[in-house]
Write a protein that binds this ligand. Structure first.
Ligand code: HEC
Ligand code: HEC
Ligand code: HEC
Length: 127
């Protein structure tokens, strides 16, 4: 049988954590996230505005073309970095070198936790 004495406190803690960003800021949206800009390139793989709102769809699209259609995409160059057009690790993270200072900066704010890093290796944080 499930032990409600154990489950209930768990649920309460979970609810607390999930709503933490809301009550921590006193219901205020708080300071906006400041994802770190890449130092090596000036432009993203798509227009910034599109990336801001639609990078999740783009990542899905890239994954599907690579995994289902074995279509890896071109090797490109920008600001002295070569990167793989359709790759998370060899693409996005070549320019956005810190998951913590880039991806997480927004995701913590938006309270989303993409599960990608269960499998994909995240870059080593340098500081
Ligand atoms: C060639 C380097 C490069 C690659 C590869 C790259 N980006 Fe970017 N990305 C940038 C730059 C530079 C900016 C900032 C552009 C600006 O200031 O307008 C940016 C902006 C963004 C933004 C908006 C950030 C903000 O401040 O609003 C998101 C989200 C993003 N990139 C996600 C990704 C994802 C996901 C990938 C992989 C599919 C990727 N990027 C691949 C260089 C890159
Ligand atoms: C400018 C802010 C910003 C940056 C930078 C950013 N994201 Fe996001 N990301 C978001 C927001 C906001 C959502 C939630 C969108 C929604 O729920 O509609 C999201 C959602 C996602 C999702 C879907 C997760 C889900 O559970 O629905 C993935 C995958 C993702 N981001 C990957 C990345 C990766 C990888 C990076 C770093 C290369 C990154 N993002 C950088 C703002 C950002
Ligand atoms: C269960 C493990 C697993 C999870 C979770 C996962 N992936 Fe993947 N992903 C893979 C494997 C395996 C490949 C194929 C690798 C290859 O062929 O190079 C792949 C390939 C990809 C590719 C294209 C190849 C490349 O070099 O990046 C993208 C883009 C990608 N995944 C994005 C994502 C995103 C975004 C998430 C989170 C929303 C995610 N994946 C979650 C296992 C996973």
């Amino acid at each position: 049988m499930y032990d409600m004495k154990k489950i209930l406190p768990g649920l309460i803690i979970f609810a607390g954590l999930m709503t933490f960003p809301i009550w921590y800021n006193g219901g205020d949206a708080g300071t906006l996230p400041k994802p770190e800009k890449p130092s090596n390139a000036k432009e993203c793989v798509r227009p910034t505005e599109y990336m801001r709102t639609s990078h999740m769809q783009l990542l899905n699209e890239f994954r599907d073309t690579v995994v289902r259609e074995s279509e890896r995409g071109a090797i490109k160059e920008a600001g002295g970095v070569t990167y793989d057009d359709k790759s998370l690790m060899l693409g996005c993270m070549k320019c956005h070198v810190s998951k913590k200072k880039f991806c997480d900066e927004c995701h913590t704010y938006a309270a989303v936790k993409p599960y990608c890093w269960d499998c994909h290796i995240q870059p080593k944080e340098t500081n």
